[in-house]
Design a protein around this ligand. Sequence first.
Ligand code: 5GP
Length: 235
Amino acid sequence: MKKGKLLYEGKAKRVYETDNKDLLIQQFKDDATAFDATKRGTIVNKGVINNEISRILFELLESKGIETHFVKQLDDRNMLMKRVEIIPLEVTIRNVVAGGMAKLLALEEGIVLDEPVLEYHYKKDELHDPLINDYHAKAMKLATDEELDFIKQRSFEINNILKSFFDHKGLDLVDFKLEFGRHKGKILLADEISPDTCRFWDKKTKKKLDKDRFRRDLGNVEDAYQEVLKRIIAE
Ligand code: 5GP
């Protein structure tokens, strides 16, 4: 499958058309940004690692009946995916208080939540991805009631699968962000699942093994991404 026109360039990925109108190629870059791209940098080999981690996690989810946009891995930085119309909602699931929730509610990072918390953020850089609820999403016509119900249910299912998978790898899945898209009447999980979009803490030491190392200048960013991949691959 050959790359056609560049359709979209985001902060961490490029999306290309292919000769099949239903299929796109997603290329993972090493560029890293944070805080609305006011902080920029490069994480060596991030694109290769995130492509591989996303492949493994999309395949895991597909094997459990979760439909995703993933078709196949093409090479170390590129994956083939179904063309979706992205729903401009970032769905965040939190198992442990960190980041945005700690700040919003002045809570200590690390509090384990009795039940996962689901948040919607409107995907709009200019507005800094504001926190919204179902009513805002409907008022803005971002998704219908039925779609929101489906997305909510899917997101909790995905959390159960990923949380248990990472638990076996010695990692706490603290929180993560999902994006969904419409494809031929269905809603598919889209985007990526990687240390760019999830928080992973070592179960024992609580060491951060994700993009927070870049955001907070904690050092050893590449090693942390490599470590997550190593744990995922380990039997
Ligand atoms: P928070 O709202 O605490 O900043 O983020 C919650 C989780 O969602 C974190 O795992 C974070 O990495 C992910 N997340 C939220 N918004 C974004 C975003 O715009 N880009 C990326 N890559 N991840 C995000």
